[in-house]
Design a protein around this ligand. Structure first.
Ligand SMILES: NC(=O)c1ccc[n+]([C@@H]2O[C@H](COP(=O)([O-])OP(=O)(O)OC[C@H]3O[C@@H](n4cnc5c(N)ncnc54)[C@H](O)[C@@H]3O)[C@@H](O)[C@H]2O)c1
Length: 353
């Protein structure tokens, strides 16, 4: 099996590449532009493996994408490259439109050019997986019965989710118009090892370790449905293998938590694993809420569970324990990132929870 993974030096992409190379022994070409969020250190586990190649390229570069796809001759393309941080999309949406929308369009066209040239059997077997987020569905109220399903209407709130929604529509249109075998997945919030320390969970762990304030937006009441990243990687592998072209699969861990409860839990785990002078919960500070902050996300993963037989292996308590332990054991990975932020940009680490 020959697989191209775009965005494979990012958080979820690198978990997927590790899964495909180390667990499945597939031949993998990782394509990544190495933006601030891309990190070759996240691919150290597959470095030097005969099964893995890395290409430093931008998905907006049509000629480079065409050449890479024609040269590698993939059975599957798994598209994860994106600008992914909501706060950054609010202060600068342009990169989100260019990468998430124009980049996805460019990649789809390069893939279509290659796919058109395949023999009938290879053409039918080829798959393009477009990886997206549950944020395209907008926000839910607190009624526990209300969940995002595959047919929930799109209603994005932020420039990030609007750009992902646009890219989902492109992927689905390329299936309907050109018949390309494209599958879409929409996943809830991920957490786990190798997560860039601007997102809530790694930011809280690293700030708590350094004895810094732990910023929480608003009153911390926003609810997210947390999924351990390795469970997501297995789900993506299953969806591209067995998912029906033209269909969407929602991925979620059935682990809804309020942000404030996530931060408390991290403090408790850290206090147990590495006791400090005072409880780290005392570092929590509430900060002005993010504009357009969605109240609640929660995924109904019934289709993925019933039709494809997927189950999350980690619940939130086991996953967060593993995650905190990983950050304690792997300062070699996060220290250069945190220090690289230095001075003014370190302020970012204090504001973005
Ligand atoms: N993190 C989550 O909780 C979550 C949840 C659901 C879906 N997703 C989706 O999963 C995918 C991966 O998310 P992530 O959290 O790993 O993101 P990330 O920001 O950690 O990684 C994104 C990767 O894409 C690369 N990239 C960015 N622009 C590029 C370009 N123009 N060309 C080539 N490479 C480029 C970056 O260098 C980086 O390695 C995204 O599509 C995201 O929308 C994320």
């Amino acid at each position: 099996m020959r697989v191209i993974v775009t965005g494979g030096a990012g958080f979820i992409g690198s978990a997927l590449v590790r899964h495909l190379v180390l667990e499945q022994s597939y031949d993998v070409l990782t394509i990544d532009a190495l933006t601030y969020a891309g990190n070759l250190a996240s691919l150290r586990a597959v470095e030097g493996r005969a099964h893995h190649r890395f290409l430093h390229a931008d998905i907006r570069d049509g000629a480079a994408m065409k050449a890479a796809i024609h040269d590698f001759r993939p059975d599957r393309i798994m598209h994860l490259a994106a600008e992914s941080h909501v706060d950054r999309s609010i202060t600068g949406a342009a990169d989100f439109i260019m990468t998430n929308v124009v980049g996805t369009f460019t990649l789809l066209e390069a893939a279509r050019d290659y796919w058109n040239g395949l023999a009938d059997e290879a053409k039918a077997a080829f798959r393009f997986l477009h990886v997206s987020t549950d944020e395209v569905y907008g926000s839910l109220d607190e009624n526990p019965e209300a969940l995002f399903r595959e047919d929930t209407p799109y209603d994005p709130s932020s420039p990030y989710s609007a750009s992902k929604a646009a890219s989902d529509h492109l992927a689905k249109a390329w299936h309907r118009t050109y018949g390309m075998p494209i599958v879409v997945s929409n996943c809830s919030n991920n957490y786990g090892p190798y997560h860039f320390p601007e997102k809530l969970i790694p930011l809280t762990i690293l700030n708590a370790l350094a004895g810094r304030e732990l910023p929480v937006y608003g009153a911390g009441e926003n609810i997210r449905d947390w999924l351990y990243v390795e469970d997501h990687a297995r789900a993506l592998d299953l969806i591209v293998e067995r998912g029906v072209p033209g269909e969407t699969y929602n991925v979620g861990g059935r682990n809804e938590r309020r942000n404030i409860d996530v931060v408390h839990r991290i403090c408790q785990v850290l206090d147990r694993l590495l006791p400090a002078d005072r409880p780290r919960e005392e570092l929590i500070r509430f900060v002005t809420d993010r504009p357009g902050h969605d109240a609640r996300y929660a995924i109904d993963a019934t289709r993925l569970e019933n039709e494809l037989g997927w189950r999350a292996r980690e619940d939130f308590d086991s996953g967060i324990e593993k995650t905190v332990q990983w950050y304690l054991d792997n300062a070699w990975w996060w220290q250069p990132l945190r220090d690289g932020y230095g001075g003014e940009r370190l302020g970012l680490l204090e504001k973005t929870a």
